[in-house]
Design a binder for this molecule. Structure first.
Ligand SMILES: *Cc1c(COP(=O)(O)O)cnc(C)c1O
Length: 363
């Protein structure tokens, strides 16, 4: 059994994907081919009307370019969660700014909006919530805190593309957002890729300039930038996959519901708020004695993963931030208990039974 079965998806979409790649090869427009702009327009419309999108070489580069476009740098603080993939806080630190952690909600494991105000200082510039495992953070509450303190919000939607909150889509709910097309993400390409979203067309234009070495006209570099371009081949693959994406999100709901039927009451299953539609980038449950459970499941041939074993305030790279080990108890406990089960749109009921049986036996 695969943790995420990318082959099953490729088999299903193969003619369209192969043709899309072939078209790029035939055109040789590997950099900034027309598929990149077509994808930007399609995904901007997908997340919400009036949104602007810029394709990137990864989710990490999209996050970094947004922070750079907003002028975040040394002396600034950006509030984020300690329970996320390293890239979230890494991009803040790369600008020279300081990541400031705020603990998560114990049920959703997303940034707790009620704890943010206490962490705001006169250096705070922005709030960077993560929509973890495919479920949006409480972005309205976070937007309200930001507005009250003159800050802006960047949703790290690298796991939540396609998710909804009150019927509106992730990456369209905040001034800025970024997502990732890493192959294992809900909408994945065949390599690295990402996209930056913004409600503000001028900001989006700045993000676009930063993506291409700060270049405003050929060999005229007005500001500091990066090489953050999205490959044409990856954009073409994503355009071929996009028509299936809504169906895949629906299939993810069914897979999650089946896990819920087997596992509710026996382990702590994902807690999805009623206003949210999760894309279940991960189906992550919580157990005591995680390592023993994982080993027993591995014995039974069931792959599992841990997202994430170490909260960011325990990571060596952030030791100089000076956080106590006991800080952020909800994030720290989650890091000890979480275990992600195989999850993808093509997981069969029989496969899910094998996973559930192995998990329940291991308990
Ligand atoms: C995957 C991920 C990223 C980074 O995306 P890449 O495309 O791999 O650079 C950032 N934040 C979160 C929460 C992620 O899961």
């Amino acid at each position: 059994m695969e943790f995420i079965d990318l082959q099953a998806q490729y088999r299903m979409m193969r003619p369209a994907i192969d043709q899309a790649i072939q078209e790029v090869l035939d055109s040789s427009r590997y950099i900034n081919g027309p598929q990149v702009q077509a994808l930007e327009q399609a995904l901007a419309a997908f997340v919400g009307s009036g949104m602007h999108a810029v394709g990137f070489s990864s989710g990490t580069d999209a996050l970094l370019a947004i922070l750079m476009a907003k002028g975040i740098g040394p002396g600034d603080e950006v509030i984020t969660t300690p329970f996320t993939f390293i890239a979230t806080a890494e991009t803040i630190a790369l600008t020279g700014a300081k990541p400031v952690f705020v603990d998560v909600e114990p049920d959703t494991l997303n940034l707790d909006p009620n704890r943010i105000a206490a962490a705001i200082t006169e250096r705070t510039r922005a709030i960077m919530p993560v929509s973890l495992f495919g479920q949006c953070a409480d972005l309205e509450a976070i937007n309200r805190v930001a507005e009250a303190h003159g800050l802006w919000v960047l949703e790290d939607g690298c796991q939540s593309f396609g998710a909804e909150r009150h019927g509106k889509r992730s990456c369209g709910l905040t001034l800025t957002a970024a997502t990732s097309f890493f192959p294992a993400k809900p909408l994945g390409c065949y390599g690295d890729g990402g996209m930056a979203f913004s409600m503000d067309p001028e900001l989006s234009a700045r993000i676009r300039v930063i993506r291409d070495h700060g270049q405003v006209a050929l060999y005229q570099h007005a500001r500091l930038g990066i090489n953050g371009r999205l490959d044409t081949i990856q954009a073409a693959i994503l355009l071929a996959k996009l028509p299936h994406f809504v169906q895949e999100i629906e299939a993810r709901q069914q897979v999650a519901a089946r896990y819920g039927e087997r596992l509710a009451g026996k382990v702590r299953i994902p807690q999805i708020r009623s206003e949210n539609l999760s894309v279940f980038a991960q189906y992550t449950v919580r157990v005591a004695e995680r390592e023993r459970v994982r080993a027993a499941m591995a014995q039974a041939g069931i792959p599992t993963a841990v997202h994430y074993p170490i909260p960011l305030h325990h990571q060596g790279v952030f030791a100089d931030l000076g956080y106590a080990r006991e800080a952020f108890p909800h994030a720290t406990l989650a890091a000890q208990e979480v275990i992600s089960l195989p999850m993808h749109p093509y997981l069969t009921a029989d496969q899910q039974d094998l996973v559930a049986d192995a998990l329940l036996r291991a308990l």
